[in-house]
Ligand binder design. Structure first.
Ligand code: AMP
Length: 218
């Protein structure tokens, strides 16, 4: 079972890139942030446990994340395998993922690191708006909806994520540097890391990733 990871700071564009990759491939998308927001909305025990951490821009404890991810891996991947987005975020998560994949006869094949300067991350995060209905992502300047405040796809209301407020953003970027950035060296050592300029056109990055990570383009 093939597995790829989209790694990068909040605001680097992992989710947007994942949408482009999904549209052109058969990866099973595993986005722990989306799973947690869904759990929170539904008021499940996992959602209640995660809420305070997410509001502060801190990481949800590894054990909570493991439960979510283990269930998703057990449910099986797509024809192209798994695409992890926003996971792993700590060394303990990376090690657990290696063990889980090994148990299913797989491994991490590629890690795509989206690199962006802090100023770009900040402007992307503060301007991000999300559809309450379908989860589509917009930006007030870069990807504005056709009608202000409303989703082009489903007409739903656009809102700003609680953790995209400026006070929380600074904490999320610090948490990334402290807890997630060490994964760069971890995957570099394994020889699976590819750097992607987060400012590049999305379609170019999608094509490059698909050529590297699937049988297409070979
Ligand atoms: P994201 O949508 O990926 O930016 O995630 C939003 C928030 O969910 C993060 O700030 C964390 O509080 C939590 N979260 C998402 N994925 C993880 C993870 N792999 N480990 C710990 N916390 C996570």
């Amino acid at each position: 079972m093939r597995a790829i990871i989209l790694l990068g700071a909040p605001g680097a564009g992992k989710g947007t890139l994942a949408d482009g990759i999904k549209a052109a491939s058969r990866f099973q998308h595993v986005a722990t942030g989306d799973m947690l927001r869904a759990a929170l909305k539904q008021g499940t025990p996992v959602g209640r446990e995660a809420e305070a951490f997410m509001k502060r821009g801190e990481l949800v404890p590894d054990e909570v994340i493991f439960k979510l991810v283990e269930a998703r891996i057990a449910a099986g991947g797509g024809d192209d395998g798994f695409m992890f987005d926003g996971f792993p975020r700590t060394l303990a998560q990376a090690e657990r993922l290696d063990a889980l994949l090994a148990a299913h006869g797989g491994k991490v094949d590629h890690v795509f690191l989206l690199e962006a300067p802090r100023a770009l991350l900040l402007s992307r995060l503060t301007g991000r708006r999300v559809c309450r209905g379908c989860g589509a992502v917009y930006h007030v300047v870069n990807i504005p909806p056709r009608r202000a405040g409303l989703c082009d796809a489903c007409g739903g209301e656009l809102y700003q994520r609680a953790d995209d407020q400026e006070a929380t953003i600074a904490n999320r970027l610090d948490v990334y540097e402290r807890q997630t950035a060490p994964l760069i060296a971890y995957y570099d050592r394994q020889g699976v890391l590819t750097r992607v300029d987060a400012a590049r056109e999305r379609q170019e990055s999608v094509a490059a990733i698909l050529a590297a990570a699937t049988d297409r383009g070979r």
